[in-house]
Design a protein around this ligand. Structure first.
Ligand code: PLP
Length: 225
């Protein structure tokens, strides 16, 4: 059992009321998830569809499974029956597929739109223009999106020692989140209350800048091999 229980308690104590901890369990065995579950943790994050499906079938039914990786449209159907929150929605096409699969399953699926805030080319996400165009489309044609509910934004800061840069990237994401909130009042499909930002290396900065959902893996489960 490789989980760091002391660190878990420390992080839980540190998080203010209203900040959700998503324990990122990708690549880690079901036993490690159960160990945290027994301490009361219910929100877990996974990056790979097959791994998530396997774990979901073995583990308790009251776990909230967050999909935090890059989701391919052709795999949405595997997680649509049970996923709690999809963090990385980065295109209208992916949103349309989630909507379709949600309706098939008689559900409304909660999603976060992923915004590209880092300097690295490899990180996925929409820019400000694409975000606002999508929000406007949903506001104008809500019936097209009856199977999804936009709960907020998600982003990953640059992997960098330059903490001022990381802070500025989180600040940008918070500004866009506030813009979405003010633009989408009274829309059933857009109910933004979640700003998912911050990982093991930068969650304190993220919270300082307004995050209310942090995704923490290695501090809890140890480094990934
Ligand atoms: C792996 C991952 C995390 C957790 O990273 P740690 O540095 O281990 O805390 C958070 N968010 C996303 C999107 C990830 O892929």
């Amino acid at each position: 059992m490789a989980i760091n229980e002391a660190k878990y308690q420390e992080i839980k104590d540190e998080l203010r009321e209203g900040i959700c901890l998503v324990a990122v369990s990708k690549t880690k065995p079901a036993d490690d998830i159960m160990a945290l579950y027994e301490l009361g943790q219910r929100d877990f994050g996974e990056n790979y569809v097959q791994e998530l499906v396997d774990k979901q079938s073995q583990l308790p039914g009251d776990i909230h499974w967050h999909f935090i990786g890059h989701l391919q449209s052709n795999k949405v159907k595997y997680i649509a029956p049970f996923v709690h929150l999809v963090h990385g929605v980065d295109s209208p096409k992916l949103l349309a597929e989630i909507n379709k699969q949600a309706i098939k399953n008689g559900r409304v699926i909660d999603v976060l739109l992923q915004i590209h805030i880092a300097t690295e080319e490899t990180k996925f996400g929409m820019d400000e223009y694409e975000l606002m165009a999508l929000i406007d489309d949903i506001v104008q044609a809500p019936d097209k999106y009856a199977g999804v509910r936009i709960r907020g934004l998600m982003g990953m800061a640059s992997f960098s020692d330059n903490l001022e840069q990381v802070r500025n990237e989180f600040r940008l994401l918070k500004r866009l989140y506030d813009a979405v909130r003010s633009r989408a009042l009274n829309t059933a499909q857009i109910q933004p209350d979640t700003l998912s930002m911050g990982m093991s290396g930068d969650y304190r900065i993220a919270i300082d800048e307004g995050s209310n959902m942090v995704r923490i893996g290695s501090l809890l489960f140890g480094a990934r091999g």
